[in-house]
Design a protein around this ligand. Structure first.
Ligand SMILES: Cc1cc2nc3c(=O)[nH]c(=O)nc-3n(C[C@H](O)[C@H](O)[C@H](O)COP(=O)(O)O)c2cc1C
Length: 168
């Protein structure tokens, strides 16, 4: 059985140290690639059909709207994963509005992860998973969710030791 690293990551304006910065490569993507290099697992980028805005303020507005209305936006049509091939899934996301972006909820709707080991990792500005792990436990009833790794966006390039320890 194989390992999958499925992640969502946003390119464009983002929040780092409480300031708006432009990221050409998302923080979560940086971590996902490091995990893939360490595990030899397959990388899969979760993508939304209607792209999240480049602007931080617009993105925050949409993320709040999706959160408040419990919207699960459509995934971009594309390669459908064959989950039967995988037993371990690293699931990565940025914290948006204190939980995972709603497109990650759409991903969890789309695939049956029961019986799998799910290893969550996130990047954020405030240092924590927020309510995302609690929410994930509700969404993934039949999966085993391990301890997660939370990394501040400003630290993704200096976290190799923590990432190695997480992967084990
Ligand atoms: C729309 C939006 C909402 C955010 N909300 C939070 C938040 O509630 N808590 C937090 O710690 N960081 C928050 N952030 C910061 C991101 O979690 C952080 O910059 C993360 O590293 C971005 O990862 P990415 O580049 O892979 O998208 C938010 C960023 C955006 C764009």
């Amino acid at each position: 059985m194989k390992t999958l690293i499925a992640y969502f990551s946003h390119v464009g304006e983002n929040l780092q140290n409480n300031e708006i910065v432009v990221l050409e490569k998302g923080n979560t993507e940086v971590v996902a690639e490091k995990i893939a290099a360490l595990t030899g697992g397959d990388l899969y980028k979760i993508e939304e059909d209607e792209p999240y805005p480049y602007s931080y303020d617009d993105c925050l507005r949409r993320s709040r709207r999706e959160d408040e209305n419990n919207e699960h936006p459509a995934l971009k049509a594309g390669m459908k994963l064959n989950m039967d091939e995988y037993d371990t899934i690293y699931l990565g996301f940025p914290i948006w509005y204190r939980t995972y972006p709603r497109v990650v909820a759409s991903f969890l709707d789309a695939y049956d992860l029961s019986g799998k080991t799910v290893r969550p990792f996130c990047t954020n500005d405030e240092g924590t998973f927020g309510i995302s792990l609690l929410e994930m436990q509700g969404a993934l009833k039949g999966a085993t969710i391990t301890d997660g790794l939370a990394i501040r966006g400003v630290s993704v390039h200096d976290s190799d030791d923590r990432i190695k320890a997480f992967v084990g």
